[in-house]
Design a protein around this ligand. Structure first.
Ligand code: CP3
Length: 357
């Protein structure tokens, strides 16, 4: 174990900043202006990221602490967002479980040997963050020294990771994953157990290295019925959030297409709940109750004229009605082809809207 990983959170030698508006909002406190950041804010939308990608692949960036820190901070400098998110991919920890994969341009992660049988699951290695992701943990301490805003660590949620592992790559209906869930519940349970163990260890190591909040990305969970979520996933998500509850860093629980399972998701855990654009912010708040929310502008609007972005952003802020506990974000990640100037203007619009109650 490295020194950084064995330290408790908050003792990385960098002063904690609980008063940052992003962290205050996650805890439900009042803010001088609504904090805003964007999922996938580092990446193809930024010319300075594309310049780095000319000389290094995504996997190479995540194995080079200085370069990883640089790419993480690019959107903070250009856009004026209230949080940085560690540059990595949700598939990053899978290498430490012995899973070989590649990230294919324009397509996403592709797994060399999909995990589909009891033997495949038994063959997964236990994830040890200090050996598997040492450069990323080092990048965290560089970013903590250099970033003017809080750093978010993250992990893919077990269901979304299972979708990649079982399908072997992107999928439309996750048919193989759901077939495994129902045809071999014991194998499914063991796979999810392993992924929950990995996610807890990964997020704990990131917190020990200095991240100030964590987000769990359950991007594909909207494919599940409420019945399947409750029976086949909820207990695993509950165990995940219990496993990070003592870290002292707030957590964001995010999913896409989740309007029908939001209450279940929220009851599994998370200090803040992510909302996509298919539900209004006020309706989302009614479902998740006394909890911070994050969201929820449709990311495709940013591919069009500014007027439409402005109208939707103002509507979201009106829906929130100056209640504390709102982090402005998109309902899903920034799309390739997004104009960075729109993102910059959106940050200013949200900040100019003013304080919460
Ligand atoms: O948010 C950030 O700026 C930090 C970095 C980050 C990446 N991936 C880098 C990346 C984060 C937080 C992710 C999360 C991620 N990755 C998710 C969850 C969020 C979501 O969008 O639902 C998912 C499902 C993935 C899987 C993934 N990785 C896909 C589907 C793709 C291809 C699509 C695309 O955006 O190109 C990737 C590749 C990827 N991950 C890129 C980046 C910057 C682009 C490819 C590259 O630069 O080579």
């Amino acid at each position: 174990m490295t020194a950084a990983a064995s330290r408790p959170p908050g003792t990385t030698g960098v002063a904690p900043r609980p008063d940052a508006r992003f962290l205050r909002a996650l805890r439900g406190g009042s803010v001088d202006a609504t904090p805003v950041w964007f999922m996938r804010q580092a990446g193809r939308a930024l010319p300075e990221y594309r310049a780095v990608r000319e000389r290094a692949t995504l996997l190479e960036i995540t194995r080079d602490p200085a370069l990883c820190a640089e790419v993480t901070l690019q959107p903070v400098r250009r856009l004026g967002v209230d949080a940085a998110i560690l540059f990595a991919d949700i598939t990053t920890p899978l290498a430490g479980m012995g899973v070989a994969f590649d990230i294919v341009e324009g397509r996403g992660p592709v797994i060399e040997h999909p995990v589909r049988t009891a033997d495949d699951v038994a063959g997964l290695r236990a994830f040890e963050p200090e050996t598997a992701v040492a450069p990323l943990l080092e990048a965290i301490s560089i970013i903590r020294r250099e970033s003017p805003v809080p750093l978010i660590g993250f992990a893919g949620a077990p269901f979304t990771l299972a979708c990649y592992l079982v399908e072997g790559g992107p999928s439309r209906d996750f048919g193989r994953t759901k077939a495994l869930m129902h045809a071999e519940p014991a194998t499914w349970g063991r796979l999810l157990d392993r992924l929950v163990d990995t996610t807890i260890a990964y997020l704990r190591a990131q917190a020990a290295a200095g991240v100030e909040a964590v987000q769990v990305f359950d991007s594909w969970v909207g494919a599940l019925s409420p019945l399947d979520y409750e029976r086949r996933l909820w207990p695993h998500m509950r165990r995940l959030f219990e496993g990070i509850a003592d870290l002292g860093v707030p957590s964001i629980h995010f999913g896409v297409g989740t309007a029908g399972i939001l209450g279940l998701q929220a009851s599994a855990g998370g200090d803040a709940i992510g909302l996509d654009w298919r539900i209004s912010l006020s309706q989302g708040r009614q479902i998740v109750g006394d909890r911070a929310v994050q969201g929820n502008l449709d990311p495709t609007l940013l591919l069009g004229p500014w007027d439409a972005v402005e109208e939707a952003a103002r509507w979201i802020l009106e829906q929130n009605d100056r209640r504390p506990g709102h982090v402005f974000n998109l309902g899903h990640g920034v799309l390739p082809g997004t104009d960075p100037d729109h993102l910059r203007r959106l940050v200013d619009l949200v900040h100019d809207h003013g304080a919460s109650r």
